[in-house]
Design a binder for this molecule. Sequence first.
Ligand code: FES
Length: 292
Amino acid sequence: MSLMGFLDRVADVSAFDKAIEPARSAVQKGLKPAVKDLLHGTWLGHPLHPVLVQVPVGSWVSAGILDAVPRLRPAATVLIGTGVAAAVPAALSGAADWSEQGTGVRRLGALHAVLNTAALGLYVGSLVARGKGRDGLGRLLSYGGLGLAGGSAAIGGHMSYAQSSGASHAATAVRALSTDWIDLGPLDDLPEGRPTMRSGKGGSMAVPLAVVRRGGRVDVFVAACSHLSGPLDEGVVETVRGSDCLVCPWHGSAFDLDDGQPRRGPAANPQEKLEVRMEAGRVMARVPSRHR
Ligand code: FES
């Protein structure tokens, strides 16, 4: 069985859930909504976790290289300390994202967290050993930490690429649309101030769209929420942090009607918005040029 096949098997093990659910609920209750949005990267319009993990991963890999050269070992110790300090915010942002993911991602994410915690423990032990002049033990512990962190990074990659944990589900959906203008029907048929479902032509199937009318203005989004594909056409329009937003019915992410940027998480990616024009009282929409 390939490593990735093994990870998929792990993601199927429901016995893990008994231990995972209390941890998930502790994360959800322990982090205030504003802090969670900060950690998700909602303010950035991009998931924050992959940005933050660059520092510990980069520091620890570099330390491993410097440790192989005797005269550079003091610099390796500085990098290990940098990685240990940077691992804390990286872990917090990962925990915030993990607590809002689907079942399979949560199971693999728990394994990812256990390995990262063990790696962090080895690096802290390495710093202690180096501080006491036991440099050989310090190097042994840090190389052990690097091995665990590397294995954990492979799991994180699987969660991102095979399980789409941080990917925009809206970007996937918009690519299925044809690039032609789509006729969404008469403006007068759209209800005021609440989303309604229309569909756009895709290659082999219709793609659901969420359409919101505000007076003479119409905003059209891919209906699959960027977070986990929740149906935005079943959501509501609310003012969130001063902006009129389309709010997802699944986890409450709020997307600015004007530009699709997330104003409230857990979504960190923007919502795909279509270009709109009126033609003889009918609403026409098409995918933005970056997807054509
Ligand atoms: S699917 Fe999670 S907020 Fe929309």
